[in-house]
Design a protein around this ligand. Sequence first.
Ligand code: FE
Ligand code: ZN
Ligand code: FE
Length: 182
Amino acid sequence: MSRRTSLHPKKGEKEQGPFYRLFLTQLREIYDAEKQLIKALPKMAEAATEPELSKAFETHLKETKDQKTRLEKIFAELKEAAEGETCEAMEGLIHEGERVIEEVDSSSVKDAALIAVAQKVEHYEIASYGTLRTFASYLEYPTIHKWLQTSLNEEGEANKKLSKLAEGTLFGEGINKSAVNE
Ligand code: FE
Ligand code: ZN
Ligand code: FE
């Protein structure tokens, strides 16, 4: 299933150092992770009870599709095939989301549980894009650094929005408040 990118170039492959190979491997993992999320987010949007939460998942689905396209642009810039490499971490997180959808009955507790999973996903992505962006600057790809920073910012905003939905704002109570009263 997964075709591990070797950290050492094979015969006939582009001569690049091991740090570049590491960068490419991690790009391929996040590319696979985004593709997994494109399939999972519609199910999370459907499972959410609170319309604002459902809308947040749908908005982030659009951003996720842009992030996938952005990664394809990066592969093209590097003259590498846009290939994913199975991201087991994301498989695990999405599996956790599926369990929430199946097993949690109460609507606001389910919403709170969906937010918990989604924030784990966002933190994983924030860590991935943060590292990738830094690697890109060490490898002297300023344009790629900029594109990765854009995705990193989107993930950060998505995470903040989820916190607001859970905790509420000055103007309204959050999902956690309803969950605690259910
Ligand atoms: Fe993403
Ligand atoms: Zn992984
Ligand atoms: Fe995300």
